[in-house]
Design a protein around this ligand. Sequence first.
Ligand code: PLP
Length: 492
Amino acid sequence: MGEKEISKKDYLRRLSSVNDLIQAFYRSRMAGNRSIPRELITEASRAVLEGVREAILAARDEMSLKSINTDTEELVSLVEKEVQERIRPSFRRVVNATGVVVHTNMGRSLLPAPAIEALRNAAAHYSNLELDLETGERGSRQMHLRRILCELTGAESALVVNNNAAAVLLALTAHARDREVIVSRGQLIEIGGSFRLPEVMAQSGARLVEVGTTNKTYLEDYRRAITSETAAIMRAHPSNYRILGFTAEVELKELAGLAHEYGLILLDDLGSGVYPDLSRFGVSREPTIRDSLRDGADLVCFSGDKLLGGPQAGIVLGREELVEAMAGHPLARALRPDKLTVAALEATLRLYLDPERALSEIPTLAMLTADPETLRGRAQRLAERLSSACPDLEIEVTEDVSRAGGGSLPMEDLPTWVVAVNSPRLKVNRLEENLRRCDPPVMGRIKEDRLLLDVRTLRDEELPLVVEAFRSATGAAGNGKGAGGTSKGNPP
Ligand SMILES: *Cc1c(COP(=O)(O)O)cnc(C)c1O
């Protein structure tokens, strides 16, 4: 016991001081990087020394003590790693090889090129965000979006807020506060990221009146629930699930007839808000935004960054006096979109004026409707590059299915091509983890002990990034040591 304490003391004594370590760091490779603040280096050095000190104190025997490297050179490389970690932005690019197009955890929709250009402009320059250039007077940021939204959809009026959750909250607050809203039990949804319809409803001050059962709701159920307190009937798109089997749902048209018979508002929360009919691409027929308006919804709301393929936003369309009441509500000010959203959304919407252009230029739509032969070609190119970069990988190009994601089209199996990878030396979970720690991280999906790279969500320019990540994740780069955590997989 006593001996061990003595040798621990020796180890501790051998550690460099914070100052010596900082000096050593400045003599190291990273020292050329002048942009690293000195304080950060000091903090990193302290953290490293603290970590080593703790490891020494926690060592249970001579063996584990001996395994702790206290050489200054080793400590400097730990400081370098620590500094790397600390200067690396938290929000980073990721390569999405999951095939999930509207991946909520990876930022949902990628913006089309004109929207990216519009974002740049809005960010770099002053703009007429709230300036009427005809009169020189104050205008509304909504004016940039209202006309084109009405033109595209035939709606009387339109309002854009921060996201669809905000749109639902505002609609219910402005039109049903302290009154009743009837919803089918089959539509009391929870969407990922804690959007729960009953809770949003409670927050708005509207009282939820549930009708029907989980699998079946009839028009009569709605009719019986109407009282003098009823403000609205709401339909919510079940987004991320479907009720199958013995089911009954009331058509929107019939709901509209009932609502209008009693002077009630029919609110349709479409969720994804698909604009073009995608059924000719083998995607099942979803009610489009126009269908909903045509079938008589008084207010329709949906997300900007799901199947519409634009920036995060909540779009409300509908009858003018209803939309105006929402726009004038004090809550609208708290939920308004910022100028970057306005710019990117307008640019995205303009693409819809030419439906073919929308399908080819809006990444979300292009990925969803990608031709299987194109996908197959891309998968083959990726497989070839991977096998020449990492010859020990077992690689197969095979068919699989992708998902739309974002709570959109949950039952849809989109036929796709994937590169299925198996490493004889790494367990699949380890491979997945190593790829996740690369820079940029590469995210695939695991299926039956293989890592699948679904090329639906990859662009050709990204293939070299995937290859580089695999080289580093499997140790094919350099001397054959596994090096997941230290990759700089960022080829020219
Ligand atoms: C996604 C979704 C929402 C929430 O939309 P956000 O834009 O993510 O706020 C609300 N309702 C439905 C039906 C949805 O699918």
